[in-house]
Design a protein around this ligand. Structure first.
Ligand SMILES: *Cc1c(COP(=O)(O)O)cnc(C)c1O
Length: 232
């Protein structure tokens, strides 16, 4: 009965986003901070790819959702060396590989676990002390060794822009990332969040990572995870 109608429900927001995303740009539903019930609702609406940034939280929700058809889980958080094995076991795609040292470790663990995760390399296009990632030059230098790691599949680049850029600056940064991926022959581009996805999609993003634009606001990140269980 509200004025904005469809925007008030997950179904409405999902439908609206699907209509606006260009062909070739996939929606990664960022479900961090959301209960398993919200994921279940999105699955019922046809969404299958979900992004999580905390391992323990993801494991808890994955087990709550074990009755569903296998979902497509993407790890988008800071990759910590001591969590690498759990991440390899619980995610098919990793968006946030940000150093050669971690790549070697991930490769060794993936081989031990008999898995071959799809990996995107996080790049830092602008100075941002709050973000990790390969600078473009460092990435070019690391590529020969990265390509030789047998157990991880390098599929693309991922970037997170600093806050506070003008739209034109965001567009330019996303285009630079897109050009770098093309130069390196990597097909996937994980770019764009709730606040900047239209520019990312225009620059060729293949995965926009949307949390609040889809699920609404989430509680602030906390070390523990309270997962609310839906009845039924
Ligand atoms: C939380 C998060 C997102 C989603 O952010 P929203 O602004 O809620 O869309 C996307 N990417 C990464 C890496 C994140 O940590």
């Amino acid at each position: 009965m509200s004025r904005s109608g469809a925007q008030d429900t997950l179904a409405g927001r999902l439908q609206d986003l699907r209509a606006r995303l260009p062909e070739g740009t996939h929606l990664l539903a960022v479900s961090k901070g959301q209960p398993a019930a919200a994921i279940r609702e999105a699955v019922a609406l046809g969404q299958r790819s979900f992004g999580e940034s905390r391992l323990q939280e993801a494991i808890a929700k994955q087990s709550e959702l074990a009755d569903l058809q296998p979902l497509d889980w993407h790890f988008i958080g800071r990759l910590q060396a001591n969590k690498a094995r759990g991440i390899v076991r619980h995610f098919g795609t990793i968006h946030s590989l940000d150093s050669l040292e971690l790549a070697r470790r991930l490769d060794r663990i993936a081989a031990e676990e008999g898995r071959s995760p799809a990996v995107l390399l996080q790049v830092k296009l602008r100075d941002d002390p709050a973000k990790t990632g390969f600078a473009p030059e460092a990435l070019r230098a690391a590529m020969p060794e990265l390509r030789d790691l047998p157990a991880i599949r390098l599929v693309g680049l991922m970037t997170i822009l600093p806050l506070g850029l003008e739209s034109a600056e965001r567009r330019a940064a996303f285009q630079a990332c897109s050009a770098l991926a093309a130069e390196l022959g990597l097909p996937e581009l994980s770019m764009g969040m709730s606040g900047d996805w239209p520019e990312a999609a225009a620059a060729g993003s293949t995965w926009v990572r949307l949390g609040t634009a889809l699920f609404g606001s989430r509680p602030p990140a906390a070390p523990g995870t309270a997962v609310v269980t839906a009845p039924g």
